[in-house]
Design a binder for this molecule. Sequence first.
Ligand code: DX5
Ligand code: ZN
Length: 230
Amino acid sequence: MRDGIKIAPSILSADFARLGAQVREAVDAGADWIHIDVMDGHFVPPITMGPLVVEAVRRVTDLPLDVHLMIERPEQHVEAFARAGADSMTVHVEAAPHLHRVVHQIRSLGCRAGVGLNPATPLTAVDEILPDLDLLLIMSVNPGWGGQPFIEATLEKFRRARRLLDERNPSCELEADGGVSPETAARVVEAGATVLVAGSAVFNDRAPVGACLAALRSAAAAALPAEGLA
Ligand code: DX5
Ligand code: ZN
């Protein structure tokens, strides 16, 4: 997006029978990153996709692949995801007791390192690691499924995260994940998010991917001050 807000369609809601075509539609419509939700059936109930899917998406686009690891023992898998073509990898603070080690492992693989927080996990959980992060992902739904309603109470957490990052790590991206739609995008951007993940608002049977992405983009842009627009 021209004004600095990045939109990252999540392929979790895409039609997997024609995944390549769906990714191309998102790319052609101006997606900034492609968000890939990896779930292991342990940290979250569903099992979704692994490095093979990242590798397949990598063949379709040069856009940054933003891999969201909702998995236990992420340290055992980050190398495979890096080899498959991930550009950024986000691990969950609730699933990674040795957070410092895995964040630096991700960076040593040449990828941007992110940490994700569930809705009930306080921001203080990332206090010590904040300066080392390229990406802070705040879940605005409980992870596991696409299409859930945005949890309004997380807006205050975004505001506090914005203030913390401005003070301590201003170049770190602040990513909103879950329930982001044309109805909620403006409020999340106002609260300080710089990356919007959107699954069901982009891939659905109500409208083509291009129209969905355009609606999201204009909703997000409406929240920015005029001087922020290119
Ligand atoms: C949820 C995933 C999200 C999901 C978002 O556990 O981390 O990335 O795809 O889907 P929507 O945008 O439909 O809430
Ligand atoms: Zn995600």
